[in-house]
Ligand binder design. Sequence first.
Ligand code: DAH
Length: 359
Amino acid sequence: MDTLDSLKTELLAAVEGAADMAGLEDVRVSALGKKGRITALMGDMRTLSPEERRERGQQLNALKDAVADAIEGRRAVLKRAELSARLAAERIDVTLPARPETEGRVHPISQTVDEIVAIFAEMGFTVAEGPDIETDFHNFTALNMPEEHPARQMHDTFYLPPGPEGGNPRVLRTHTSPVQIRTMLSQKPPIRIISPGRTYRSDYDQTHTPMFHQVEALVIGEDIHMGHLKGCLLEFVRAFFQVDDLPVRFRPSFFPFTEPSAEIDIGCSRKGGELKIGNFGDWLEIGGSGMVHPKVLENCGIDPARYQGFAFGMGIERMAMLKYGIPDLRTFFEADLRWLKHYGFVPLDQPNVAQGLTR
Ligand code: DAH
């Protein structure tokens, strides 16, 4: 009896002393394995009388259960300790700053588009899109430029063969204005959209590239007037250029799709050959605008007796050049990594009006 008790004490101590899973397994094998000590004692019972065997068997079973329970208990403890150790070893410090030097840069055109969208989004505009390959109808006819209209010649259009449905040649859109048409054909007033995107004209020199970007705006409602157009532009250019008293001026002009039409000028200075944006008395053109022509509304199934609205269009490269002091238009499209590194933006600094557009 004594020996069983001391064996139990010894084995339980060994179980408690096992430092890891492998050590615990060694203890298990030495006690309960095929050649283990308890297993051996059980084998020895063959020599006993039936009564002795019953008593001894109960004692040995009790010992075996006690040791097995202790092993299970110890296994759970070791498992938990192992997990804690692993969690500690694999811990990631999420408070570490992002890599100090992110390699990629956001192109100034993308940055400028993001800024423009952020400003207009806050004024309640949504972003509308249209295809780069347009129909003659959307790019010209519906915008009050019927075939043979002289205004078509102002756009150095890239023509493509007619689409599968035949009809007129298709074009690479020469401006973002066809998105006005697509929006009015698919949406009912009130409408308040901007549409930034690529545009194409067959022209290449210091101030023209065959692909460039514009942003279009369109607002249609029952009581929209030119005051809204001017207020909206004023709000936009002041937010975009971050000049609180930047003035906007309308200069009478002509576009077939607006009546009246006006060119948009903002204040600037050219003193000493240096261009500065601000309230300095000189003027710089940034885009075209006007009240949507009744015929254009009609072409889109909108009743001009009930609805009216304004539209404007601006060149995005020009806006980017003015804001960020980029001197040469053609560099935008040269994909020169040194240029991008210099003029590009850190991807994690997303423009938003609340935190400032650029930091
Ligand atoms: N689509 C014109 C262009 O590319 C710009 C423009 C002028 C857009 C007047 C407008 C507008 O929406 O109202 O030259």
